[in-house]
Design a protein around this ligand. Structure first.
Ligand SMILES: C[S@@+](CC[C@H](N)C(=O)[O-])C[C@H]1O[C@@H](n2cnc3c(N)ncnc32)[C@H](O)[C@@H]1O
Length: 281
């Protein structure tokens, strides 16, 4: 058996001319993916798709699509034709994981909250199961000053008009259009939710030392994601879920999850929009 394998490998090597490169996976050009899908989705009846996908999914008395649309509107969070399917599909999965962990004692956190649209969705999901829920145990974390600097892991491939490829940062550091006061204003319906402002990892000093039942990391970059994994994973409760958002624009966040899980030998799943999910034993 081993001998046969060796022969096949030798044959393959002989067929390849010397110096021929091993085929590489195709390079992603996120800006081109975005341009192509934006053009496609701009002409597609988005609401009809969402209704077919999630029309019968209800959160309490409201449809999931209406509820999340309301949260996006309430927080002034703009979606583009490119991001709309990513948003509704990944947040639907988040809702499922969130509900599945509701019985686990501990905190819930949206780490990289931005305007709080997803955090508001999850607080409403909790209230759909407990009408008196006011946001207790829910934490929103953000610098409210944008991202820090990109590292080499965060660069995306960009192709110029001549077809030459270079690696470039996508997120301009320290750029935002929201403040923590604005976000607190969006959460007047959940006055006990805690908004924690600061850079990762220093901001974690504001958190109580406690187990966490549900963690959503949406930080876009490598270093912040890795630091958040190092903080939250050891504190994740048994059966707790940690989800890391994915996107072609965020190779660093995906690499942070890969590196962390390789170092610690933790298995995880990758879902349809490159989001990664782990469930603690
Ligand atoms: C993609 S947005 C989050 C979107 C949000 N989760 C939602 O669903 O609407 C990423 C957020 O991560 C925050 N962020 C990135 N790096 C950070 C860091 N090192 N410390 C704190 N916040 C950071 C940014 O300020 C930004 O608001």
């Amino acid at each position: 058996m081993h001998h046969k394998g060796r022969v096949i490998r030798k044959l393959i090597a002989a067929i390849r001319s010397p110096g021929e490169a091993v085929p590489q996976p195709p390079v992603d050009y996120p800006l081109e993916i975005e341009a192509r899908l934006s053009a496609l989705h701009a002409r597609t009846p988005v609401r009809a798709h969402l209704d077919m996908l999630y029309g019968d999914v209800r959160v309490g008395h409201e449809s999931y699509v209406d509820l999340y649309s309301r949260c996006l509107e309430h927080t002034g969070t703009a979606l583009t034709p490119y991001t709309v399917f990513h948003r509704f599909q990944t947040r639907h999965d988040l809702v499922r994981y969130f509900l599945a962990t509701l019985d686990i004692p501990g905190g819930r956190v949206e780490c990289g909250a931005y305007r709080g649209a997803t955090a508001l969705l999850l607080c409403n999901v909790w209230r759909s199961r407990d009408s008196g829920y006011m946001g207790d145990g829910f934490y929103l974390i953000d610098s409210f000053s944008g991202t820090s600097e990109s590292t080499p892991h965060d660069l995306i491939a960009v192709r110029d008009a001549r077809g030459d490829t270079r690696m470039a940062p996508f997120f301009p550091p320290r750029k935002t259009d929201v403040t923590s006061e604005m976000v607190r204003g969006f959460f007047t319906g959940f006055p006990d939710a805690r908004v924690c402002e600061g850079w990762i990892p220093q901001v974690f000093e504001q958190l109580p030392e406690q187990p966490w039942a549900f963690v959503h990391l949406d930080l876009t970059l490598y270093e912040a994601t890795l630091a958040a994994l190092r903080y939250f994973y050891p504190r994740l409760a048994s059966r707790g879920v940690l989800v890391c958002d994915g996107s072609p624009f965020c190779p660093g966040a995906q690499k942070a999850m890969e590196d962390f899980c390789r170092e610690t030998d933790i298995p995880y799943a990758t879902l349809g929009h490159r989001e990664t999910v782990l469930i603690k034993n």
